[in-house]
Design a binder for this molecule. Structure first.
Ligand code: 3PG
Length: 319
């Protein structure tokens, strides 16, 4: 089977595909400009965040399956893929721990101002006074919006730091999820307003959909406590960045962000963004899932999808 890998992928797993007899092309550098040409004769495309648009799909004459090596599929035109009879499958859950670890890293970074400490240190500055203002995490209230695999992984870690963890109650949650919430000591609140008013830190773990797009708007931010933290490691589309900049300037909101409006699709690029550069933001480079452990777990999931496809089955189809 001809398979194109258009993003980084563990060598151990691409070797497995070759050993299984597949004809592999590995081109992590492909982008919207070069992908349509490269994809033409391939039956399977394995991809991370590289954008797959209508133009690419229409040139992909042999393509039957796109495997998103990760969870979010907002970068793939699924509607167009469906109309061309191309299946899209993803690997949800495999990178949850990695994202949750980054969430804790961002929270600790903001509370202790670790990146600023380090930047001053590199300049030869010693400023124990300036950096002795952290509040500490124990007893702080963390509101989690989105109680999927990542939300739970964040909750478990936050409880390890003795934080109070809050989530929204949701009618129709499975008994398993309900038990897990209760036994993890997560307190459920009925409304988002309550959660925003209660939380010292709000972390977003929702997919980008028409409903969640720009959900963090002026109204949302105005309900957060003064000086509260906003953590976003999900999708940049969830946040109205202009409103966030205003809230940071006027209400002392601090943000830990891994994702942005119009962030680059390529893994190396320049990026000008009003929030990336803002002094109240510690911003990372959409690296939530980019640990070796997570990428191996995701690649295991990709191989399972390829094998199932060969046997006439689709795992985790999203279109
Ligand atoms: C995901 O959707 O799985 C994460 O956001 C990771 O995306 P990436 O594979 O492009 O790093």
């Amino acid at each position: 089977m001809k398979i194109l890998i258009a993003d980084s992928f563990p060598a151990s797993h691409s070797e497995s595909l070759v050993r299984a007899g597949h004809e592999l092309t590995i081109k992590p550098e492909l982008d919207g400009g070069s992908l349509p040409q490269a994809i033409q004769t391939n039956e399977i495309l394995i991809v991370r965040s590289t954008r797959i648009d209508e133009n690419t799909l229409k040139q992909a004459r042999e393509l039957k399956l796109i495997i998103r090596a990760g969870a979010g599929t907002n970068t793939i035109d699924k509607e167009c893929a469906s109309s061309l009879d191309i299946s899209v499958c993803n690997v949800p859950g495999a990178n949850s721990r990695a994202v949750a670890e980054l969430v804790m890293g961002l929270i600790l970074s903001i509370d202790r101002q670790i990146p600023s400490n380090v930047m001053d240190a590199k300049q030869g500055l010693w400023n124990k006074k300036k950096y002795s203002t952290a509040r500490g995490l124990a007893g702080q209230k963390l509101g989690i919006l989105g109680m999927g695999a990542i939300g739970f992984a964040v909750a478990e870690r936050a409880r390890g730091f003795a934080m109070g963890v809050y989530a929204l109650s949701k009618p129709g949650r499975s008994p398993d999820a309900e038990n897990r919430i209760t036994s993890s000591g997560i307190i459920q609140l009925d409304t988002q307003d309550e959660l925003l008013k209660t939380s010292d830190i709000v972390t977003l773990h929702m997919p980008a959909t028409e409903t969640t797009r720009r959900m963090v708007n002026r109204e949302f931010l105005s309900k957060m406590k003064r000086g509260a933290m906003l953590i976003n490691t999900s999708r940049g589309d969830l946040v109205d960045e202009e409103a966030l900049v205003d809230a940071m300037n006027s209400r002392g909101i601090r943000a830990g962000l891994d994702v942005y409006n119009n962030e680059p699709g390529a893994s190396e690029n320049t990026f000008k963004s009003q929030v990336f550069a803002h002094p109240s933001v510690y911003g990372t480079h959409h690296i939530g899932a980019s640990t070796e452990q997570a990428q191996i777990a995701v690649a295991d999931g990709v191989l399972a999808i390829v094998e199932a496809y060969i046997n006439g089955k689709l795992i985790n189809q999203v279109n």
